[in-house]
Design a protein around this ligand. Structure first.
Ligand SMILES: [Zn+2]
Length: 300
């Protein structure tokens, strides 16, 4: 099972190259590439999703996908089956200004789950609506050190990036939380939340997730994590604390392909302290499948 994909980006053949003279991909540069791609004439969300679902390595290794789909993409917003894969779509919500929240909310098609994108791109009003909707949620959280800095100090490269996109970007209005814990506490009120990445969660935040393991799932994307050269993923620590961890590929903009078998192999190589059979199990959890299915009204 692949608990985190952005199939809409599958027209991107390979992860974006680092800018010349730089040793690692920066978040700001990578997001800039994504925004450029989404504005280009080539981009078509529907074609991207279809292309992703047709990829051979996905067909061969995946029976369940939690996919993030753009808002206003009704054709792929409800639970569906493609070949042998069952897809649970989470419709993306992005609106950092409180006055944009209503428009973004009203544009929602009938949908399975919701993905309030990330702390810096979703205002509290919209996040609250998502939590109150009773739908399963997926949110990027504790993904980069820049995100932690923005939450903590309202400063840093992510603030500059947001200000480039919107000179009026106001972290005081967008970011009620000072750290990922504040968001975990909000998300705990949802019936199910996928905490995407969680690369930089602190120990007390992992313990919080462990205490809510029935409804909160951390999703580790091993090869995407390596592409961004993040600090070592705290997989052993999370599992020891009792966090429910699942695996995902992320998109082909940061992962070489959509093979879950390759993710499992890569994760096993990265984490020799975790038995390979444990990592294997993370990619195939019946309990999570049942949970996801529960919110589709049991329709298969
Ligand atoms: Zn993502």
């Amino acid at each position: 099972m692949n608990l985190h994909a952005h199939l809409e980006l599958s027209q991107i053949a390979a992860p974006f190259e680092c800018p010349s003279g730089v040793s690692r991909q920066t978040t700001a540069n990578w997001i800039g590439e994504i925004l450029r791609f989404r504005r280009s004439p080539v981009y078509n969300a529907r074609k991207g999703i279809e292309r992703g679902l047709q990829r051979q390595e996905l067909i061969e290794t995946t029976s369940l996908i939690a996919d993030i789909v753009p808002n206003r993409c009704p054709a792929f917003s409800q639970h569906y089956i493609s070949g042998s894969a069952e897809v649970f779509p989470f419709t993306e919500l992005i609106a950092w200004k409180p006055e944009q929240a209503e428009t973004e909310w009203k544009a929602l098609p009938d949908c399975y789950g919701l993905s309030p994108h990330a702390p810096h791109t979703v205002c509290p009003e919209l996040l609250e609506k998502a939590v109150q909707s009773g739908k399963p949620l997926a949110m990027h959280l504790a993904e980069t050190p820049e995100e932690l800095q923005l939450l903590r100090d309202h400063s840093g490269p992510l603030l500059e990036m947001m200000r480039q996109a919107d000179p009026d970007y106001d972290p005081k209005k967008t970011l009620p939380g000072k750290r990922p814990m504040d968001y975990l506490q909000l998300l705990a009120a949802a019936p199910l939340s996928l905490i995407i990445h969680g690369n930089y969660l602190a120990a007390d935040e992992m313990r919080f997730l462990a205490g809510h393991r029935e409804t909160m799932i951390a999703v580790y994307c091993p090869r995407s994590h390596a592409y961004f050269r993040h600090s070592a993923y705290p997989l052993r620590q999370m599992l020891d604390l009792g966090v429910c961890v699942a695996l995902g590929t992320d998109s082909t903009a940061s992962s070489p392909d959509l093979s879950m078998a390759a993710e499992v192999r890569f994760a096993a190589a990265q984490h020799p302290a975790v038995p390979p059979e444990t990592i294997n199990r993370l990619a195939s959890q019946e309990r999570i499948q049942k949970l996801l299915l529960h919110f589709s009204g049991g329709i298969r």
